[in-house]
Design a binder for this molecule. Structure first.
Ligand SMILES: Cc1cc2nc3c(=O)[nH]c(=O)nc-3n(C[C@H](O)[C@H](O)[C@H](O)COP(=O)(O)OP(=O)(O)OC[C@H]3O[C@@H](n4cnc5c(N)ncnc54)[C@H](O)[C@@H]3O)c2cc1C
Length: 299
């Protein structure tokens, strides 16, 4: 119930205006590196001491071409700064296709592909990689089609699948082949029962089935979860990369890295933090408590 309400609020302009005005800075900065490239580079430098990073420029559901072009510009700057700072071998980028044109009314697929190709070309020139985030189920086919196109020039492009979706085992079979980088997560969106498992145990069982298929395929499963049971499962598979979000279970991230695990942190930055932040609240009821306390103690 709470998860559904928070995910609905993540799409509400009215709640957005309220939250953005509130004294939320402390809890927002738990999950977001800051608003500028300088802010995020400072955090990347700290994290790469023991972990890898994937940097996300926050923004989604851009509905005009100029905005989608501007996203490409942001990524070009970010990638150039990672290269110049000597961080491109430890930090890649993650990108949401709805920030690159997938939410446009006209020519969405063609514009998105052109923009995503530009981001991938910049990454290739800098010696880093790109992973294409997965958004809600209405975009899955288009996103996977774009990833397939991008992989013809750049086979290292990472795909993302969500174990809460009923279709995902079949998607894993398509994606499980040598060289294929696939991030497996549970899924952060509120999906209907017609397309998704709603019961947490079913989502976990699906996660395990998907992991088996990806691990058998000879690619690199990038297991993106904070769930101890799923992490244990991943640690019995070779090869693997473990991925977690910035601000979530940081001590576990460090302990796993110290034990020799390849751990990558998903690190977002930018001014458009609202929807991302609300999805993080929805994942853990205790976060809502912290957030409400920060509102009550305003000033
Ligand atoms: C690197 C990475 C990339 C991702 N990319 C995508 C993507 O492209 N598309 C997509 O739909 N989803 C993405 N997600 C989000 C993912 O789908 C889940 O919503 C999220 O990871 C929570 O699920 P969980 O597997 O951690 O398990 P859960 O069962 O939700 O959590 C397990 C435990 O982890 C801790 N935890 C989990 N979330 C939080 C939080 N927000 N705050 C504090 N503690 C928490 C709690 O202790 C919780 O009990 C990504 C997640 C990660 C880690």
């Amino acid at each position: 119930m709470l998860r559904t309400a928070l995910l609905a609020a993540s799409r509400s302009p009215r709640v957005r205006a309220l939250v953005e005005r509130g004294p939320t800075r402390a809890i927002v900065t738990r999950f977001v590196a800051g608003t500028t490239v300088d802010d995020v580079l400072a955090v990347v430098r700290e994290l790469v001491a023991d972990r890898l990073v994937t940097v996300d420029h926050l923004g989604e559901n851009v509905t005009d071409r100029a905005g989608a072009r501007a996203t490409v510009g942001e990524y070009r700057v970010l990638i150039a700064r990672l290269r110049d700072a000597g961080l491109a071998d430890r930090a890649e980028v993650s990108v949401k296709l709805s920030a690159l044109g997938q939410a446009l009314e006209r020519d969405a697929q063609a514009v998105t592909l052109e923009h995503a190709r530009a981001v991938c070309a910049a990454a290739a020139a800098a010696g880093t990689t790109v992973t294409v985030d997965m958004e809600d189920h209405t975009t899955t086919d288009a996103t996977l089609a774009t990833v397939r196109e991008l992989r013809t020039d750049h086979p290292w492009v990472g795909a993302v699948v969500q174990s809460q979706l009923r279709r995902t085992l079949a998607d894993c079979r398509d994606l499980a082949h040598p060289g294929s980088r696939v991030r497996l997560c549970k899924g952060a969106y509120d999906e209907p029962a017609s397309v998704a498992y709603r019961d947490p145990d079913e989502v976990r069982a699906s996660f395990a089935r998907c992991l088996d298929v990806l691990a058998a395929g000879g690619g690199l499963p990038m297991v993106a979860t904070h769930d101890p049971a799923m992490i244990d499962l991943a640690r019995s598979r070779e090869p693997r990369e473990l991925q977690m979000l910035y601000g979530v279970r940081p001590r576990a991230q460090q302990e796993l890295a110290a034990e020799g695990e390849r751990v990558r942190v998903y690190l977002p930055y930018g001014t458009d933090w609202y929807a991302y932040f609300m999805r993080r609240l929805a994942e853990r009821p205790a976060n809502v408590g912290f957030f409400l306390r920060s509102l009550l103690t305003r000033g």
